[in-house]
Design a protein around this ligand. Structure first.
Ligand code: ZN
Length: 313
């Protein structure tokens, strides 16, 4: 009797060992995404082979986010951490340190051509009268707002997943290729939508400078009272300067953003007489039942709002 129990235990140990050795990840690959856009890309590439935890959730602001103890736990358990980089996630280093995570930290803007941002309004006081009209130049972190860059993020994610889980590599590459085709189609729609707007009307206002890569890729000018981060309030002088410029340049539309307080935009709207055109999704996706629950939905929403506000359709 005793012998047979031993035998049964020995059998189950052998079975468990054999099962465990069949794949490095019998359980899904544990992925932490710093914010919603990256989580969406990861789900499209990883499918059911991965389990994604998102740090900065829907409508959240990564610039000023304060990590929670639960975030540190997720980081500590992660196999892979996917981040934007270019100082988008102000909290990142603190969270990496606090969690003592052993996960690979993958920076998805690797391979992206960064755009420099020169503040026109925020922090412009020091350079007033210097002829260059701006403060010091910094790198714009919002690379994901260009669909060409989204393709680079997706490629980097597929490579990271393949390195961590070689058994799933064919699946990751196949998913990435299929998703990239969808991105190509959306990019065509964005370009067609911008082309339908007269050049003289391609000027819009948002609260912070999140759309530099979109502007660079698709040819629409964005003006914003706040710089590329939301961590400081613009001065009254900055706002007055923007209002003057808006009146001169005849901005065609003005938008609130999902991640920022609408108060400032409402003030500029009332001072310039331009009606608020709607909500643009800048640094985060919407809740699952909102209009920008995925990156592709975000692009569709933003271009529909912009076109609708400018052309009145
Ligand atoms: Zn931002």
């Amino acid at each position: 009797m005793l012998k047979s129990i031993h035998a049964a235990l020995a059998m189950s140990v052998i079975t468990l060992t054999a099962f465990g050795a069949s794949s490095a990840f019998a359980a899904p690959l544990k992925v932490v995404a710093s914010f919603t856009v990256i989580a969406d890309f990861a789900k499209n590439v990883g499918g059911d082979r991965i389990d994604v935890t998102t740090i900065v959730g829907p409508d959240g602001d990564a610039h000023v986010y304060e990590p929670s103890p639960a975030d540190a736990v997720a980081m500590a358990k992660a196999d892979i951490v996917l981040v934007n980089g270019l100082h988008f996630e102000g909290f990142l280093q603190r969270l990496v340190d606090a969690s003592a995570t052993k996960a690979s930290i993958i920076t998805l803007t690797k391979g992206v051509t960064p755009i420099d941002f020169k503040p026109e309004f925020a922090d412009a006081d020091a350079a007033e009268g210097a002829g260059t009209g701006g403060g010091k130049t910094v790198t714009d972190p919002h690379a994901f707002q260009s669909i060409a860059n989204a393709r680079i993020y997706v490629k980097n994610i597929a490579e990271a997943f393949c390195a961590a889980d070689s058994d799933g590599c064919v699946s990751y590459q196949t998913n990435a290729a299929a998703y990239t085709k969808k991105l190509d189609a959306v990019e065509g729609e964005v370009k067609a939508a911008i082309a339908s707007i007269p050049e003289s009307k391609r000027v819009v206002i948002t609260s912070h400078d999140a759309f530099g890569y979109f502007e660079h890729a698709y040819g629409l000018t964005f003006l914003a009272p706040q710089g590329i981060s939301t961590d400081s309030e613009p001065s009254a002088a900055d706002v007055a300067k923007l209002v003057t410029q808006v009146k001169q340049d005849k901005a065609a539309a003005i938008f609130v953003e999902n991640i920022t307080n609408p108060r400032l935009i409402e003030q500029i709207a009332s001072e310039t007489g331009i009606k608020v055109g709607g909500t643009l999704y800048s640094d985060a996706l919407s809740q699952p039942d909102g209009p920008a629950a995925t990156y592709i939905d975000m692009m569709h929403n933003n271009i529909r709002q912009i076109k609708g506000a400018i052309l009145g359709s």
